[in-house]
Design a protein around this ligand. Sequence first.
Ligand SMILES: [Zn+2]
Length: 394
Amino acid sequence: MKKTIKLYDIDAYQTDFTAVVVFCRPVSSDSREQQPSEPLYEVILDQTLFFPEEGGQNSDTGTLNGSIVSHVQIKNGIITHITNAPFASGETVTGEIEWETRYSNMQQHSGEHIMSGLIHSHFGYDNVGFHLGSQSVTLDFNGFLDKEQLHMIESLANEAIYRNIEVIAEYPSEKELLKLNYRSKIELNEPVRIVTFPGYDVCACCAPHVRRTGEIGIIKIVDAIRHRGGVRISILCGRRALEDFRMKQEQVYAVSALLSSKPELIAAATERMKEDIFSLKGQIMELQEALIGLKVSQIADGTHNLCLFEEAMEAPVHRKYVNMLVEKCSGVCGVFVGNEQNSYRYIIASKYEDVRTVNERLKHDLHAKGGGCKEMVQGSLTGYQSDIIRCIQS
Ligand SMILES: [Zn+2]
């Protein structure tokens, strides 16, 4: 079978085309990961505008004679479209690509070239992994870059946009290729397509790009993490960057209103709020400790079994309370913190009995989760106070 003519190579801005069907067959059920409800077909055309999944980039989507093209693959230069309708060999079809996604991919991909070229020329690191999905765009480099270095690269990359440079894609002769110094991810034996961002990047690449760098709009690094001894950078370009900016701005303004603070001061305001919460927690603990002191003083020495309920109590106070009560108790003493609607955290202790027996009853009757030693058990459960009391008393 002849290789498919890549119309997107000739003009990345064309959105519809006509082609002749070369081959069509149903997608075999065993080659599909899951059984979808509708049958799918593999369609090969003599030429296509659909960019296939290649080089870490998602394929284009769109329609063929109105039927959905959900995925496009390439193997040995032959491009296969996955559609939800069959076509007859020799039939002429009209195809249309989903332009908004394609243009976004062109923006992201072109931004990636500028970033990779700049990082290569400034730090000598190679792009060793690229992923352009529907949500994220990630670039992996075989060397680490810190925040300052990334800032510098980001600024230079955006200057390349302001300069609105023409992007050139061409197929040089073998002789010309030998003289060229270009980035390449794989060994190529096909006619090599060289994409040049003059002054920034020269790279072997098969994907569609924007005509001029100004169309990228903006390149923003949104994340950078250490990855396999190097760095994985997430970037957003063009409309994707604008949408991300909108989302983050909405979040910042919402937090700013909640904190009654200027947007540029929300981090400091949040820090102060955390400190306030910490200090209030300390005050609550002090008050709770004073309260348990009073409560314990009202319990007579030698009380047999004790089963007490508290709506809220900090964990250290809860433990202290039980430790104080157990001194006054000649049987089993349990403190349950929480309520019947949600759940209880409990601690049960005794100086005279094995409290694991009580714990087993709670597990059996109320599906409690917890454990401990014979002097003290702790856990959590959901149940009625009357049922809990019965388990403690019996
Ligand atoms: Zn490219």
